[in-house]
Design a protein around this ligand. Structure first.
Ligand SMILES: [Mg+2]
Length: 227
């Protein structure tokens, strides 16, 4: 397959640059267990890419928890405060973001998380956040009306580069099926680095599927190669 050249790159955060999905799973599992409910992988997979309140709503509804989504979020937040300061970057994340930044490729963050959540998770990785031209944080951004798989977040994020690139000139990095769908709906190419448990037939629309960010070859998309 021939890939189209791109000029701008948009990054998802959770599960792509940051090994945070395991921590969300831990928090959701703990809160659900408190009400004698099991937080399954199938439910987890269906939530990837959702905004915080969308996750809470779906979990409370699917497992019929005897609490409101606001209460669920509050209980999770207490666990996040303990877990998130320790979150690690995914293999290859720092190298890729630093490389594109150094070579002058415009890059931005397009995450479904809120600003507060990003601040908490990135407190030990602030250096990396400073390399992005801008941060689009869906859960706290009034212009991002819907979470992934809706394309809003990627379209809003691309529109905030000063030269306003066309969607087809943007490359998205994602780890989730909902993220791949959102990128495709935005008419952008998408590199996906999925959790290995994700059914590969759900990733057919991705431009490239990689095992690790370390395997990405920028020159395939007309971006500067590693030195
Ligand atoms: Mg993600």
């Amino acid at each position: 397959m021939q890939y189209k050249k791109v000029s701008h790159v948009l990054f998802d955060l959770d599960g792509l640059l940051l090994d945070s999905e395991t921590l969300y799973t831990e928090a959701f599992t703990t809160v659900c267990a408190k009400y004698n409910k099991t937080f399954t992988w199938e439910l987890k997979a269906s939530l990837l890419g959702f905004q915080g309140h969308e996750c809470a709503e779906k979990i409370v509804k699917t497992l019929d928890l005897p609490i409101t989504k606001e209460e669920f979020m509050k209980e999770c937040f207490k666990i996040y405060e303990v877990l998130f300061p320790k979150v690690q970057l995914m293999p290859g994340a720092r190298k890729l973001v630093e490389h594109l930044h150094k070579k002058g490729v415009p890059i931005a963050l397009a995450t479904s998380s809120s600003k507060d959540s990003v601040d908490m998770k990135m407190q030990n990785h602030k250096y990396l956040l400073n390399l992005f031209h801008h941060l689009t944080m869906g859960s706290s951004d009034p212009e991002v009306t819907k979470g992934k798989p809706d394309p809003a977040i990627f379209l809003v994020c691309a529109s905030r580069f000063p030269d306003k690139p066309k969607p087809e000139n943007c490359l998205v990095f994602e780890d989730a099926v909902n993220g791949v769908k959102a990128a495709c709906a935005a008419n952008m190419q998408v590199v996906v680095v999925p959790d290995p448990r994700i059914d590969s037939t759900l990733l057919q629309d991705a431009t490239v599927v990689l095992k690790s960010l370390e395997d990405f070859e920028p020159q395939l998309f007309g971006l500067p190669a590693y030195d």
